[in-house]
Design a protein around this ligand. Structure first.
Ligand code: GLA
Length: 755
C-alpha cells in the first residue's frame, strides 16, 4: 500500500477496521444468521440488514450482485423489518424519466445513473469513470456493524462500506474505502463516506459558519431545490465551514421534533453537500475535499474516507446534541481525561502576549493560584527568538535571553503553588525567520513555482517528511520530560492554501501525519493532555478529539459574544471540552467592557479558565472571580457529566442548563444580552426536570446583582437565600418570572430535589 493506504480514519470505537474481524455472511432481515445460501444469492434473493440500537434504525438492502442501498436511517421503527421498508418505498416509472426506477447506491456512483451528484468521482486518465459497484460479500460485526464489499469488474475497482451504530447512543459512523484493482493509476477526485438519505420531512438546514473570533455561527436555510454545498480548503477544520450541520423538520425546536445531525470526523479539507434530487429524494454527502491528483491509487492501493457521524432524534436539536456529546465522551475520546475533573486554567496569552518576564509570570501564577487556578499554561513567546509573531516558530528550545535558568523557576513555582504546568506549541508551523527554516528551507509544504500566501508570517511544515515528524516529536517530548509538563496547548495559526509535497497535493497525508504526531506524544506521555487550538476554534472536530482533550473554542473573550459562540459549539461538542476563559475587563477583540460577574457567568458553562492580567483587576473583582471559580468547582461534575440543554431563547437572552443524570439537580444559566422587548422579560420555562418531583430553587450567581430592584421574585421566593420549593411540573409548565436585569448580566438558577 502506498501513501493513501493508511487513511487512519478508523472507526471511533477502534473495534472494526475494514476486514479486520467479523463474520463473512449474509443475513436475512432479523439480526445475524450463521450462514447464507449461495444458491439464493446467485438468484439475487434480496438480503436485508438492520442496525438497531438506542432508538435508531439503519436499514440496508445488500444483495449479492446488486448495489447496496440504505433503505432508511432515522429514529427506530420498532419491529419493522427492513424488507417492508424496501417495499413501502417502491418507486415507479415517471413520465419523462428513465424506464426503470433509479435506486442509486450507498455512494450513488456514476454508473448507477442516479440523477443527483455522485458520491464517487474517479477515473483512469479519463477512462473507467462510470463506476458501478456490485456487492461481492457482506460481513457483519456483532449486531451493530456491517461491512459491504463491492466490486466493478468492468473497471477493476473495488469498494467497501462500513456502517456501525453505537449501542449506547445509536449514533451512526460510516466510511467508504476504494481500492484500485487495475494496472493503471486510479485518480480519485471525490469519495463521500456515504450518501445518507434524508427523511423527506427534513427540509430545513442549520448550516454552521463563522470567522476568526466568531465561530459556530448558525445560518438557517429554508426549503430549497438543488444543492447546499459547503467546502473547506483551509487545511484545518476551519472557522467558516464547520464540517457538519443539522437537517430539521418544520416546527422542530430545541426540545421537540425530528432532527438529524451529521458531522465529518476530519481536521483537514472537506466538502459537505445536501442535494435535493429532481426525483424528490435528498441525500447528505460528506467527505474529504482533495486537490487535483492528490489521491492517485496504484494497483492494490486503497483510500479510506474519514468517518461520517450521524445522529437522529425526535426530541429536537437537544436530542441530537445529547447523542453527539455522549458518543464523543463514550466512543471517541480517550478515557484518560474523562474521569479527571477539568482543572481551572490560567493562560498567560492576553495578560502578557510576547512580553515574557520570569518575575511577572511568577507574580501572575501566584495571583492565579490565589483565586483558585489549578493549571498554569505558558502561552506563545517562551522559545527561540519568539519576541513577536514574525520569528522563532520551529525553534523549540527555551529562550535563554528571557529564561536564563530555563523554565525551571516558573515551573517550580507553579508546582509549589499546587498547579499543573502547561506549555504552548505550534508544532506544524515555522517562521522563515527561524533557525529551523534557515537550516531546512525545504521542510515546508509548497506547490512548486507557486507563491506562498502570506499568513501571520509563517509557513506550514511538511509533516509527511519523516525528518520533520521526528524533529518535532523529539523537541516536544524532550521539553515535556524535562519540565514534567502535563498539558500542551497545540496551536495551528494559518490556513494551508496549496500544500504540496513532492509535487503533489498533500493535505490528506499531512492531516494523518498530524494525528500520528498527537498519538505518538500521547503514547510517550500517558498522562499528557492536549488542547486543540487553531486561532481559537479552527480545529474543533471529532477527528482531532480522538487525540485531544480540550478545544480552545474561540480567541474572542467578549463575554456577550462568547454566549453565542459556545451555544453554537454545543450542537456538537460537550461543555467539558470547550475551553472558556474569563477575559480582561476590556475585551481585546471587541473593545467592550464587561463586569467581572458577567465575565464569570460566560465562562462557567464550559471548561473554565482565565486569561487576563490579574494585576489590573480590583480587589473587589478578584473576590468575585474567586467566588465564581469556587462555584464552577462546586458544580463542574454536573456541568461536565449532566445532560446539557439549550432552551429556546428569545434574541435578548441565552438560556442553557445541565441536569444531573438522576434529575435530582440542575443548574441553568440565564444570560441577558439585550434590553427586553416588553417592559418585563417572559417567564423561563425550564426543561429536563422531573415533573413529579419538588425542587428547591435558588439563585447561586451572582452574589449581588445591582440591576435587580426590590421587591421582586428574588424576595418573594427568597432566591438569594434559602430559596423555595416548587414542583418540576410548575417550573417547566408554568415557569419562573425572572427579575428585570441589565443587559450583560447573568443569573444561575440551581435546582435541588429534596426527594
Ligand atoms: C492563537 C491562539 C491564542 C494564542 C495565540 C498565540 O491566536 O488562538 O490563544 O495562543 O495564537 O500566538
Amino acid at each position: 500500500m502506498a501513501d493513501n493506504a493508511d487513511s487512519g480514519a478508523a472507526f471511533a470505537q477502534g473495534k472494526h477496521e475494514d476486514g479486520a474481524c467479523g463474520e463473512e455472511l449474509a443475513m436475512p432481515q432479523h439480526g445475524p444468521v450463521p450462514a447464507h445460501d449461495p444458491a439464493e444469492q446467485g438468484a439475487h434473493e434480496h438480503q436485508y440488514f438492520e442496525l438497531r440500537a438506542a432508538g435508531t434504525l439503519v436499514a440496508i438492502e445488500a444483495t449479492h450482485g446488486m448495489r447496496p442501498i440504505v433503505l432508511y436511517a432515522g429514529p427506530d421503527l420498532p419491529g419493522v423489518p427492513a424488507k417492508d421498508l424496501a417495499i413501502l418505498a417502491t418507486r415507479q416509472h415517471a413520465p419523462g424519466s428513465a424506464s426503470v426506477p433509479l435506486r442509486g447506491s450507498i455512494i450513488n456512483e456514476i454508473g448507477t445513473g442516479i440523477s443527483g451528484p455522485s458520491g464517487l468521482v474517479a477515473h483512469r486518465a479519463g477512462q473507467d469513470w462510470a463506476i458501478d459497484l456490485r456487492i461481492e460479500q457482506v460481513q457483519t460485526i456483532g449486531d451493530h456493524a456491517i461491512v459491504i464489499h463491492c466490486h466493478d469488474a468492468n473497471v477493476a475497482v473495488a469498494s467497501s462500506h462500513t456502517l456501525s451504530i453505537d449501542p449506547e447512543t445509536g449514533v451512526l459512523a460510516c466510511a467508504s474505502s476504494i481500492e484500485n484493482h487495475g494496472t493503471d493509476k486510479l485518480e480519485l477526485d471525490w469519495c463521500a463516506a456515504l450518501c445518507l438519505p434524508l427523511d423527506q420531512r427534513l427540509d430545513r438546514v442549520l448550516s454552521f459558519t463563522g470567522r476568526w473570533s466568531g465561530e459556530f455561527d448558525i445560518e438557517t436555510i429554508e426549503a430549497f431545490q438543488g444543492s447546499v454545498v459547503r467546502e473547506n480548503k483551509a487545511g484545518r477544520t476551519s472557522h467558516d465551514a464547520f464540517p457538519g450541520g443539522f437537517a430539521i423538520a418544520p416546527g422542530t425546536d430545541e426540545m421537540r421534533g425530528l432532527a438529524v445531525g451529521y458531522h465529518l470526523a476530519w481536521s483537514g479539507n472537506h466538502r459537505l453537500r445536501i442535494d435535493r434530487h429532481s426525483d424528490g429524494r435528498s441525500f447528505v454527502q460528506m467527505g474529504e475535499m482533495t486537490f487535483p491528483g492528490e489521491i492517485r491509487l496504484g494497483r492494490g492501493e486503497s483510500y479510506r474516507t474519514p468517518d461520517l457521524i450521524a445522529a437522529w432524534s425526535e426530541d429536537g436539536l437537544n436530542g441530537v446534541s445529547g447523542k453527539f456529546h455522549d458518543y464523543l465522551r463514550g466512543s471517541v475520546m480517550e478515557p484518560r481525561s474523562l474521569s479527571k475533573p477539568r482543572p481551572v486554567h490560567y493562560n498567560t496569552w492576553e495578560a502578557v502576549y510576547f512580553d515574557h518576564d520570569v518575575g511577572t509570570l511568577i507574580e501572575l501564577a501566584e495571583a492565579a493560584a490565589a483565586v483558585g487556578a489549578e493549571r498554569f499554561v505558558l502561552d506563545d513567546g517562551w522559545f527561540g527568538s519568539r519576541r513577536h509573531d514574525g520569528a522563532g516558530l520551529g525553534d523549540w528550545w527555551v529562550s535563554e535571553d528571557i529564561y536564563p535558568d530555563g523554565l525551571h523557576p516558573i515551573v517550580d513555582r507553579v508546582k509549589q503553588l499546587g498547579m499543573e504546568f502547561g506549555l504552548w506549541f505550534e508544532p506544524e508551523m515555522v517562521n522563515p525567520d527561524s533557525d529551523l527554516f534557515r537550516a531546512h528551507p525545504d521542510w515546508v509544504l509548497q506547490a512548486e513555482g507557486v507563491e506562498t500566501v502570506p499568513f501571520r508570517g509563517q509557513l506550514t511544515l511538511d509533516l509527511t517528511k519523516p525528518d520533520v515528524f521526528d524533529y518535532l516529536f523529539d523537541k516536544i517530548t524532550q521539553l515535556v520530560s524535562t519540565y514534567g509538563i502535563s498539558y500542551v496547548k497545540w496551536d495551528m495559526n494559518r490556513d494551508t492554501n496549496h500544500p504540496g509535497s513532492s509535487g503533489r497535493g498533500a493535505m490528506h497525508r499531512q492531516t494523518l501525519a498530524v494525528y500520528r504526531l498527537f498519538e505518538k506524544l500521547r503514547k510517550a506521555h500517558p498522562e499528557l493532555e492536549i488542547e486543540s487550538c487553531s486561532s481559537g476554534g479552527g480545529r474543533a472536530d471529532f477527528g482531532i478529539m480522538r487525540h485531544a482533550d480540550r478545544i480552545w473554542t474561540s480567541d474572542n473573550n467578549d463575554a456577550r459574544q462568547r454566549q453565542a459562540i459556545q451555544r453554537g459549539a454545543t450542537h456538537f461538542l460537550p461543555l467539558r471540552v470547550l475551553g472558556s476563559h474569563v477575559g480582561p475587563k476590556r475585551c481585546h477583540v471587541t473593545g467592550r467592557e464587561f463586569a467581572m460577574a458577567f465575565r464569570v457567568a460566560s465562562a462557567v458553562f464550559g471548561h473554565m479558565g482565565m486569561e487576563l492580567d490579574l494585576r489590573d483587576e480590583s480587589e473587589a473583582d478578584l473576590e468575585v472571580l474567586k467566588s465564581g471559580i469556587a462555584l464552577y468547582k462546586r458544580h463542574r461534575e454536573l456541568i461536565h457529566n449532566g445532560r446539557f440543554l439549550r432552551l429556546e431563547s428569545p434574541r435578548q437572552t441565552n438560556l442553557i442548563g445541565c441536569v444531573s443524570p438522576g434529575r435530582d439537580e440542575a443548574l441553568f444559566s440565564y444570560a441577558k444580552l439585550e434590553t427586553e422587548l416588553a417592559t418585563l422579560p417572559p417567564r423561563i420555562q425550564f426543561a429536563g426536570l422531573d415533573p413529579t418531583r419538588d425542587y428547591r430553587v435558588r439563585l447561586v450567581w451572582p452574589p449581588h446583582n445591582p440591576s435587580i430592584s426590590s421587591p421582586s421574585i428574588v424576595d418573594a421566593a427568597d432566591l438569594l437565600g434559602n430559596g423555595r420549593v416548587f414542583s418540576g411540573a410548575a417550573l417547566m409548565g408554568h415557569g419562573i418570572q425572572p427579575p428585570l436585569t441589565f443587559p450583560d448580566t447573568g443569573l444561575f438558577y440551581h435546582f435541588e430535589s429534596d426527594s
